[in-house]
Ligand binder design. Structure first.
Ligand code: CP
Ligand code: NVA
Length: 304
Protein backbone atom coordinates (compact mmCIF):
# COMPACT_ATOMS: atom_id res chain seq x y z
CA UNK A 1 0.00 0.00 0.00
CA UNK A 2 1.06 3.58 -0.61
CA UNK A 3 1.78 5.66 2.48
CA UNK A 4 -1.30 7.86 1.91
CA UNK A 5 -4.92 7.33 0.88
CA UNK A 6 -5.90 10.42 -1.09
CA UNK A 7 -7.97 8.90 -3.90
CA UNK A 8 -9.36 5.53 -4.95
CA UNK A 9 -6.59 5.11 -7.53
CA UNK A 10 -4.00 5.12 -4.74
CA UNK A 11 -5.07 1.48 -4.34
CA UNK A 12 -4.63 -1.49 -6.62
CA UNK A 13 -7.75 -3.55 -7.14
CA UNK A 14 -6.33 -6.26 -4.87
CA UNK A 15 -5.57 -3.76 -2.11
CA UNK A 16 -9.10 -2.40 -2.41
CA UNK A 17 -10.63 -5.86 -2.04
CA UNK A 18 -8.33 -6.60 0.93
CA UNK A 19 -9.54 -3.40 2.62
CA UNK A 20 -13.16 -4.45 2.05
CA UNK A 21 -12.45 -7.89 3.55
CA UNK A 22 -10.85 -6.25 6.57
CA UNK A 23 -13.80 -3.87 6.89
CA UNK A 24 -16.13 -6.90 6.96
CA UNK A 25 -13.96 -8.45 9.67
CA UNK A 26 -14.16 -5.34 11.84
CA UNK A 27 -17.90 -5.23 11.27
CA UNK A 28 -18.27 -8.84 12.43
CA UNK A 29 -16.22 -8.12 15.54
CA UNK A 30 -18.63 -5.36 16.61
CA UNK A 31 -17.67 -3.46 19.74
CA UNK A 32 -16.93 -4.16 23.38
CA UNK A 33 -14.05 -4.92 25.69
CA UNK A 34 -12.92 -8.07 23.85
CA UNK A 35 -12.22 -6.20 20.63
CA UNK A 36 -8.54 -6.38 19.54
CA UNK A 37 -6.79 -3.02 19.94
CA UNK A 38 -4.01 -2.90 17.32
CA UNK A 39 -3.76 0.90 17.50
CA UNK A 40 -3.31 1.16 21.27
CA UNK A 41 -1.37 4.32 22.05
CA UNK A 42 -1.74 5.66 18.48
CA UNK A 43 -3.24 9.04 17.62
CA UNK A 44 -5.09 10.32 14.55
CA UNK A 45 -5.08 14.09 13.95
CA UNK A 46 -8.27 15.11 12.09
CA UNK A 47 -8.27 18.48 10.30
CA UNK A 48 -11.73 19.62 9.22
CA UNK A 49 -12.08 22.69 7.01
CA UNK A 50 -15.66 21.71 6.10
CA UNK A 51 -18.58 20.42 8.18
CA UNK A 52 -19.07 16.71 8.84
CA UNK A 53 -21.22 14.30 10.78
CA UNK A 54 -20.37 10.81 9.44
CA UNK A 55 -16.70 11.28 8.61
CA UNK A 56 -15.83 12.93 11.89
CA UNK A 57 -17.76 10.57 14.12
CA UNK A 58 -16.83 7.37 12.29
CA UNK A 59 -13.11 8.19 12.32
CA UNK A 60 -13.25 9.16 15.99
CA UNK A 61 -15.23 6.08 17.02
CA UNK A 62 -13.09 3.92 14.74
CA UNK A 63 -9.87 5.06 16.41
CA UNK A 64 -11.41 4.46 19.85
CA UNK A 65 -12.48 0.91 18.89
CA UNK A 66 -8.99 0.19 17.58
CA UNK A 67 -7.56 1.25 20.93
CA UNK A 68 -6.27 4.64 19.77
CA UNK A 69 -7.32 8.24 20.04
CA UNK A 70 -8.47 10.92 17.59
CA UNK A 71 -8.07 14.70 17.82
CA UNK A 72 -10.57 17.02 16.16
CA UNK A 73 -8.86 20.14 14.80
CA UNK A 74 -10.89 22.97 13.35
CA UNK A 75 -9.23 25.78 11.39
CA UNK A 76 -10.74 28.45 13.66
CA UNK A 77 -8.98 27.02 16.67
CA UNK A 78 -5.63 26.22 15.10
CA UNK A 79 -2.97 28.27 13.33
CA UNK A 80 -4.17 26.83 9.99
CA UNK A 81 -6.98 29.39 10.08
CA UNK A 82 -4.42 32.16 10.60
CA UNK A 83 -2.42 31.17 7.56
CA UNK A 84 0.32 28.89 8.90
CA UNK A 85 1.78 27.12 5.85
CA UNK A 86 0.33 23.67 5.22
CA UNK A 87 3.79 22.16 4.91
CA UNK A 88 4.66 23.36 8.41
CA UNK A 89 1.37 22.11 9.84
CA UNK A 90 1.94 18.75 8.11
CA UNK A 91 5.43 18.36 9.53
CA UNK A 92 4.38 19.30 13.06
CA UNK A 93 1.22 17.14 13.15
CA UNK A 94 3.28 14.26 11.76
CA UNK A 95 5.62 14.49 14.73
CA UNK A 96 2.82 14.26 17.30
CA UNK A 97 0.41 11.86 15.66
CA UNK A 98 0.50 8.54 13.80
CA UNK A 99 -1.78 9.58 10.93
CA UNK A 100 -3.54 12.70 9.68
CA UNK A 101 -7.05 12.85 8.22
CA UNK A 102 -7.96 15.98 6.27
CA UNK A 103 -11.28 17.29 4.95
CA UNK A 104 -10.78 20.39 2.87
CA UNK A 105 -11.57 22.25 -0.37
CA UNK A 106 -8.75 22.00 -2.92
CA UNK A 107 -7.30 18.54 -3.46
CA UNK A 108 -3.81 20.05 -3.75
CA UNK A 109 -3.87 20.74 -0.01
CA UNK A 110 -4.08 17.06 0.93
CA UNK A 111 -1.35 16.29 -1.60
CA UNK A 112 0.86 18.93 0.02
CA UNK A 113 0.07 17.54 3.47
CA UNK A 114 1.00 14.06 2.29
CA UNK A 115 4.24 15.30 0.78
CA UNK A 116 5.40 16.92 3.99
CA UNK A 117 3.96 14.73 6.75
CA UNK A 118 6.02 11.72 7.74
CA UNK A 119 2.85 9.82 8.68
CA UNK A 120 -0.01 8.57 6.46
CA UNK A 121 -2.46 11.21 5.25
CA UNK A 122 -6.08 10.17 4.61
CA UNK A 123 -8.45 12.20 2.45
CA UNK A 124 -11.72 12.72 4.34
CA UNK A 125 -13.18 14.61 1.30
CA UNK A 126 -11.87 17.27 -1.01
CA UNK A 127 -13.61 19.12 -3.84
CA UNK A 128 -12.35 16.38 -6.18
CA UNK A 129 -12.42 13.07 -4.28
CA UNK A 130 -14.18 11.22 -1.46
CA UNK A 131 -12.36 7.87 -1.38
CA UNK A 132 -13.39 6.81 2.15
CA UNK A 133 -17.03 7.15 1.12
CA UNK A 134 -16.56 4.89 -1.88
CA UNK A 135 -14.94 2.16 0.23
CA UNK A 136 -18.01 2.08 2.47
CA UNK A 137 -20.25 2.16 -0.62
CA UNK A 138 -18.49 -0.82 -2.16
CA UNK A 139 -18.59 -2.71 1.13
CA UNK A 140 -22.34 -2.09 1.27
CA UNK A 141 -22.92 -3.09 -2.35
CA UNK A 142 -20.99 -6.32 -1.81
CA UNK A 143 -22.86 -7.25 1.36
CA UNK A 144 -26.11 -6.69 -0.54
CA UNK A 145 -24.98 -9.34 -3.02
CA UNK A 146 -23.68 -7.15 -5.84
CA UNK A 147 -20.72 -8.40 -7.86
CA UNK A 148 -18.22 -5.54 -7.71
CA UNK A 149 -16.57 -6.56 -10.97
CA UNK A 150 -19.75 -7.06 -12.95
CA UNK A 151 -22.38 -4.71 -11.57
CA UNK A 152 -23.86 -1.69 -13.33
CA UNK A 153 -24.17 1.49 -11.32
CA UNK A 154 -26.39 4.39 -12.30
CA UNK A 155 -25.16 7.62 -10.75
CA UNK A 156 -27.85 10.27 -11.09
CA UNK A 157 -26.92 13.89 -10.35
CA UNK A 158 -23.87 16.01 -9.80
CA UNK A 159 -20.55 14.79 -11.21
CA UNK A 160 -18.70 16.02 -8.16
CA UNK A 161 -16.22 14.54 -5.66
CA UNK A 162 -18.29 11.42 -4.92
CA UNK A 163 -18.99 10.77 -8.61
CA UNK A 164 -15.28 11.23 -9.42
CA UNK A 165 -14.41 8.57 -6.86
CA UNK A 166 -17.06 6.26 -8.37
CA UNK A 167 -15.41 6.77 -11.78
CA UNK A 168 -12.06 5.68 -10.33
CA UNK A 169 -13.61 2.66 -8.62
CA UNK A 170 -15.40 1.57 -11.82
CA UNK A 171 -12.15 1.57 -13.79
CA UNK A 172 -10.18 -0.08 -10.98
CA UNK A 173 -12.63 -2.95 -10.50
CA UNK A 174 -14.06 -3.10 -14.00
CA UNK A 175 -17.76 -2.48 -13.43
CA UNK A 176 -20.18 -0.42 -15.49
CA UNK A 177 -20.97 3.14 -14.46
CA UNK A 178 -23.41 5.45 -16.15
CA UNK A 179 -23.41 9.00 -14.87
CA UNK A 180 -26.58 10.94 -15.72
CA UNK A 181 -25.99 14.65 -15.28
CA UNK A 182 -26.95 17.93 -16.95
CA UNK A 183 -24.43 19.52 -19.33
CA UNK A 184 -21.70 21.28 -17.39
CA UNK A 185 -21.98 19.01 -14.32
CA UNK A 186 -19.96 16.03 -15.52
CA UNK A 187 -17.29 14.33 -13.42
CA UNK A 188 -13.85 15.93 -13.67
CA UNK A 189 -12.49 15.31 -17.17
CA UNK A 190 -8.88 14.99 -15.97
CA UNK A 191 -9.87 12.36 -13.40
CA UNK A 192 -11.96 10.53 -16.03
CA UNK A 193 -9.01 10.44 -18.41
CA UNK A 194 -6.57 9.25 -15.74
CA UNK A 195 -8.94 6.56 -14.50
CA UNK A 196 -9.58 5.38 -18.04
CA UNK A 197 -5.91 4.49 -18.36
CA UNK A 198 -6.51 1.54 -16.01
CA UNK A 199 -8.87 0.55 -18.82
CA UNK A 200 -11.21 -1.89 -17.10
CA UNK A 201 -14.46 -0.09 -16.45
CA UNK A 202 -17.20 0.94 -18.81
CA UNK A 203 -17.94 4.53 -17.81
CA UNK A 204 -20.43 6.58 -19.76
CA UNK A 205 -21.95 10.03 -19.37
CA UNK A 206 -25.62 10.22 -20.33
CA UNK A 207 -28.17 13.03 -20.18
CA UNK A 208 -31.29 11.03 -19.41
CA UNK A 209 -31.59 9.69 -15.82
CA UNK A 210 -33.81 6.85 -17.12
CA UNK A 211 -30.99 5.70 -19.39
CA UNK A 212 -28.60 5.52 -16.41
CA UNK A 213 -31.18 3.69 -14.30
CA UNK A 214 -32.22 1.20 -16.98
CA UNK A 215 -31.33 -2.30 -15.76
CA UNK A 216 -28.88 -0.99 -13.13
CA UNK A 217 -27.94 -2.99 -10.03
CA UNK A 218 -27.41 0.10 -7.94
CA UNK A 219 -28.64 3.67 -8.17
CA UNK A 220 -26.65 6.37 -6.45
CA UNK A 221 -26.99 10.06 -5.87
CA UNK A 222 -25.38 12.94 -3.98
CA UNK A 223 -26.50 16.46 -3.09
CA UNK A 224 -26.88 18.94 -5.93
CA UNK A 225 -25.09 21.70 -4.04
CA UNK A 226 -21.93 20.51 -2.35
CA UNK A 227 -20.09 22.21 0.47
CA UNK A 228 -18.43 25.33 -0.89
CA UNK A 229 -20.97 25.75 -3.73
CA UNK A 230 -23.70 27.41 -1.68
CA UNK A 231 -23.68 30.56 -3.84
CA UNK A 232 -24.71 28.42 -6.86
CA UNK A 233 -27.68 26.80 -5.16
CA UNK A 234 -30.41 28.53 -7.17
CA UNK A 235 -28.75 27.80 -10.50
CA UNK A 236 -28.15 24.19 -9.48
CA UNK A 237 -31.74 23.59 -8.36
CA UNK A 238 -32.82 24.64 -11.83
CA UNK A 239 -30.16 22.70 -13.71
CA UNK A 240 -30.86 19.43 -11.87
CA UNK A 241 -34.63 19.49 -12.30
CA UNK A 242 -35.62 16.00 -13.45
CA UNK A 243 -32.57 14.33 -11.91
CA UNK A 244 -34.33 13.16 -8.75
CA UNK A 245 -34.29 9.46 -7.82
CA UNK A 246 -37.99 8.75 -7.31
CA UNK A 247 -39.98 5.53 -7.39
CA UNK A 248 -40.51 5.76 -11.17
CA UNK A 249 -36.75 5.91 -11.75
CA UNK A 250 -36.21 3.09 -9.24
CA UNK A 251 -38.56 0.89 -11.21
CA UNK A 252 -36.38 1.33 -14.32
CA UNK A 253 -33.52 -0.38 -12.46
CA UNK A 254 -33.31 -4.15 -11.83
CA UNK A 255 -35.99 -5.55 -9.54
CA UNK A 256 -33.40 -6.31 -6.85
CA UNK A 257 -31.53 -3.00 -7.31
CA UNK A 258 -30.48 -1.02 -4.28
CA UNK A 259 -30.25 2.72 -3.86
CA UNK A 260 -27.50 4.56 -2.03
CA UNK A 261 -26.70 8.15 -1.05
CA UNK A 262 -23.58 9.34 0.75
CA UNK A 263 -25.70 11.68 2.93
CA UNK A 264 -26.58 14.32 4.00
CA UNK A 265 -29.69 14.06 1.78
CA UNK A 266 -32.14 16.69 0.64
CA UNK A 267 -35.39 14.78 0.39
CA UNK A 268 -37.48 16.00 -2.51
CA UNK A 269 -34.40 17.25 -4.39
CA UNK A 270 -31.95 14.54 -5.45
CA UNK A 271 -33.99 11.72 -3.86
CA UNK A 272 -37.56 11.35 -2.67
CA UNK A 273 -38.48 10.49 0.89
CA UNK A 274 -40.27 7.28 -0.12
CA UNK A 275 -37.19 5.99 -1.96
CA UNK A 276 -34.72 6.77 0.81
CA UNK A 277 -37.08 5.19 3.38
CA UNK A 278 -38.13 2.38 1.04
CA UNK A 279 -37.22 -1.32 0.92
CA UNK A 280 -34.50 -0.88 -1.73
CA UNK A 281 -32.61 1.72 0.29
CA UNK A 282 -29.21 0.68 1.67
CA UNK A 283 -28.47 4.24 2.80
CA UNK A 284 -28.15 3.66 6.53
CA UNK A 285 -26.11 0.46 6.20
CA UNK A 286 -23.90 2.51 3.92
CA UNK A 287 -23.51 5.23 6.57
CA UNK A 288 -22.77 2.57 9.21
CA UNK A 289 -20.13 0.99 7.00
CA UNK A 290 -18.13 4.22 6.97
CA UNK A 291 -17.02 3.14 10.44
CA UNK A 292 -15.76 -0.30 9.40
CA UNK A 293 -14.25 0.83 6.11
CA UNK A 294 -12.27 3.48 7.95
CA UNK A 295 -11.21 1.07 10.69
CA UNK A 296 -9.78 -1.06 7.87
CA UNK A 297 -7.92 1.94 6.43
CA UNK A 298 -6.52 2.96 9.82
CA UNK A 299 -5.57 -0.62 10.71
CA UNK A 300 -3.77 -0.96 7.36
CA UNK A 301 -2.06 2.43 7.03
CA UNK A 302 -0.90 3.06 10.59
CA UNK A 303 2.13 0.86 11.30
CA UNK A 304 1.70 -1.40 14.35
N1 CP B 1 -21.01 11.26 3.65
C1 CP B 1 -20.25 12.08 4.40
O1 CP B 1 -19.04 12.23 4.18
O2 CP B 1 -20.91 12.66 5.43
P1 CP B 1 -20.38 13.84 6.35
O3 CP B 1 -20.27 15.07 5.50
O4 CP B 1 -21.42 13.97 7.43
O5 CP B 1 -19.04 13.45 6.90
N1 NVA C 1 -20.66 16.17 -2.58
C1 NVA C 1 -20.94 16.41 -1.18
C2 NVA C 1 -20.61 15.20 -0.38
C3 NVA C 1 -20.90 15.32 1.09
C4 NVA C 1 -20.51 14.13 1.85
C5 NVA C 1 -20.13 17.61 -0.72
O1 NVA C 1 -18.98 17.74 -1.12
O2 NVA C 1 -20.68 18.43 0.02
Amino acid sequence: MKKDFLRVLDLTDKELVRLLDLADTWKKRGSGPRLPTPLKGKTLAMVFQKASTRTRVSFEVGMARLGGHALFLSPQDTQIGRGEPIKDTARVLGRYSDAIMVRTFGHALVEEMALHARVPVINGLTDDHHPCQILADLQTARERGKNLRKMTVGFIGDGNNVANSWVEAAHLLGFGLRVACPKGFEPNSGIMAEAEKTGRGDVRIVRDPAEAADGADLLYTDVWTSMGQEAEQKRRLKAFKGFCIDSALMSAAKKNAIVMHCLPAHRGEEITDDVIEGPQSAVFDEAENRLYAQMAILDTLIPH
